[in-house]
Design a binder for this molecule. Structure first.
Ligand SMILES: C[S@@+](CC[C@H](N)C(=O)[O-])C[C@H]1O[C@@H](n2cnc3c(N)ncnc32)[C@H](O)[C@@H]1O
Length: 230
């Protein structure tokens, strides 16, 4: 019988921030699919789940190009899909690991859509998104009462970011690794004086950054800003 494909949210970085359901599946899974961006890097998501895996588990590393390149050339995605289906056709269950939550700005969504089209049996297990874990760790409420929250990829146009901030009371800015000076300026202009910026939450080198004194050089890719109007 064809195996099941599980999309597992592994949370933001701490091996204890996975659901019991995710851990139960990972303990029994035949094959773990560990996505990587570059051929020479390890998989962060795999490091997170290591303590929960059985010894005899099979690890299948898959390299995924940046999501923005998906439209241009999806041959690598297609190749990864074929490899996953071969595992399932051999009767094995496979768990695809995703940082944070699988349905939230993730590579998983693209591979999930390809497999869904082919009628693969899929079960997605939610994970704790980074911004939720940041709020908990630093005791910072995200929204209260009737507050409107915008979740904004900092890679969007400044005018789009401004429009979202203008119509919200609080914001989560993701992917803030590059254009930090512009983001800082936009937040100030829109009255978001209260900010919490955290890089690599849950990892050994986690860092809380003070945006006011930050010198404007690049941040780590795994960085998020929680912001509220003053
Ligand atoms: C492609 S999105 C993945 C989001 C992920 N699926 C989630 O649910 O959190 C990558 C962005 O998530 C945020 N992020 C993910 N892990 C993080 C961490 N450990 N610490 C801070 N931000 C993180 C950063 O804003 C990063 O640029």
């Amino acid at each position: 019988m064809r195996g099941t494909f599980y999309g597992i949210g592994v949370g933001p970085g701490d091996s204890e921030l996975l659901t019991l359901k995710a851990v139960k599946i990972l303990r029994n899974i035949d094959v773990v699919i560990a996505p990587k961006t570059e051929k020479n890097e390890g998989s962060i998501a795999l490091d997170i789940v290591r303590p929960h895996l059985k010894e005899a588990v099979e690890i299948c590393y898959q390299v995924f190009p940046m999501v923005k390149d998906f439209q241009k050339d999806f041959s690598l995605w297609e190749q990864n899909k074929i490899e996953i289906e071969a595992i399932l056709d051999a009767g094995k269950n496979a768990a695809f690991l995703t940082l944070g939550d699988p349905m939230f700005y993730s590579t998983y969504i693209y591979i999930f859509k390809l497999l869904q089209k082919d009628g693969v049996k899929i079960e997605t297990v939610p994970g704790i998104p980074a911004f939720v874990a940041i709020a908990a760790k630093y005791n910072q409420p995200i929204v209260e009462g009737n507050d409107i929250l915008s979740i904004i990829p900092a890679t969007a146009n400044t005018s789009e970011i401004e429009a979202a901030l203008t119509h919200s009371d609080a914001a989560v800015l993701m992917k803030v690794y590059k254009n930090l000076n512009d983001i800082k300026q936009t937040l100030e202009t829109c009255g978001y004086g209260d900010t919490l910026t955290v890089s690599r939450l849950g990892f050994d080198d986690e860092e809380k950054i003070d945006l006011k004194t930050f010198d404007g050089t690049d941040l780590n890719y795994l960085s998020t800003i929680l912001a509220r109007r003053k």
